[in-house]
Write a protein that binds this ligand. Structure first.
Ligand SMILES: [Zn+2]
Ligand SMILES: [Zn+2]
Length: 268
């Protein structure tokens, strides 16, 4: 199985609405510099026709999957960058039939109580499958183990995924408040991990307290010594690691960590 990174920035995207920073302005001027919202594609092989699953349905989905047929989508939480992409499968788009959506009972309840997701369920555009801690969803080429963690900010559980390929395991959890011991244990069990790198520091934006995420500067210390290839993803537009020539990016590399880049593929 292959896991391909489809995007590496947080829910609000790059360019970010209303922002005139040079990362956002450069992205407006040059489409090649645009950054897409954090998501991963799991595919059985490089073959265009092979079974394909997504983790996260982002509002950038049209530019992430193109013409590829999607067999199922894993939705970890019901916020802007993680669920709204499902709307593009509806009647205004390809009008899918019974697209499999794997989510927690919290997310399923949210979808059943709120339009437009209720409408997608009512008209059979999507078919939800609730998954819980420890479940393994068999997909072609491997399986996806469900690991739930308390999110804190959205006040319900968020789902992390341990993707088991034939030879390697990838752990994905891109939107959290802090690296708890449970999360660190999950990272240790994987060969590769894609984890929350929203901010570099807590001083990066004025309203950090309203949208807390573990700052990479602190995470480098907390995750140091774990023998797993760790990639930071879900970066905010203000995060200096998005700039290839930044000192912060250099520090991430020197300390043995990585920054997720769209297009990068892992063989699992
Ligand atoms: Zn997010
Ligand atoms: Zn910006």
């Amino acid at each position: 199985m292959k896991a391909q990174i489809l995007g590496n920035v947080q829910d609000g995207g790059v360019p970010h609405l209303g922002c005139e920073c040079d990362v956002c302005e450069t992205a407006r001027e040059n489409p090649a510099e645009r950054k897409l919202i954090s998501s991963v594609m799991l595919k059985q092989s490089s073959d265009q026709e092979s079974a394909t699953y997504l983790i996260d349905a982002t509002p950038d989905i049209r530019n992430q999957i193109g013409t590829r047929y999607i067999d199922g989508v894993f939705i970890p939480l019901a916020t802007l960058g993680h669920i709204t992409g499902l709307e593009f499968f509806g009647p205004e788009g390809p009008d899918a039939t019974e697209l499999s959506v794997y989510c927690s009972s919290d997310v399923q309840e949210y979808m059943m109580e709120n339009d437009p997701y209720r409408l997608l369920i009512d008209r059979d555009t999507v078919e939800t499958h609730t998954v819980k801690q420890g479940d393994a969803v068999e997909i072609q080429g491997g399986s996806v183990e469900i690991m739930n963690f308390y999110h804190g900010h959205v006040n319900y559980q968020t789902t992390g995924y341990m993707v088991h390929g034939q030879s390697r395991k990838l752990f994905f959890l891109d939107d959290i408040m802090e690296f708890t011991e449970e999360i660190k244990d999950a990272i240790r069990k994987a060969d590769v991990a894609l984890v929350d790198g929203t901010f570099w520091s807590t001083e990066e934006i004025d309203r950090y307290e309203e949208v807390p995420h573990p700052p990479i500067r602190r995470s480098l210390d907390q995750l140091q010594g774990i023998d797993t290839d760790i990639y930071f993803t879900h970066m905010n537009h203000t995060n200096p690691v998005l700039r290839e020539d930044s000192e912060e990016r250099q520090e991430v590399k020197e300390r043995g960590f990585n920054v997720a880049e769209r297009g990068h593929e892992f063989n699992l």
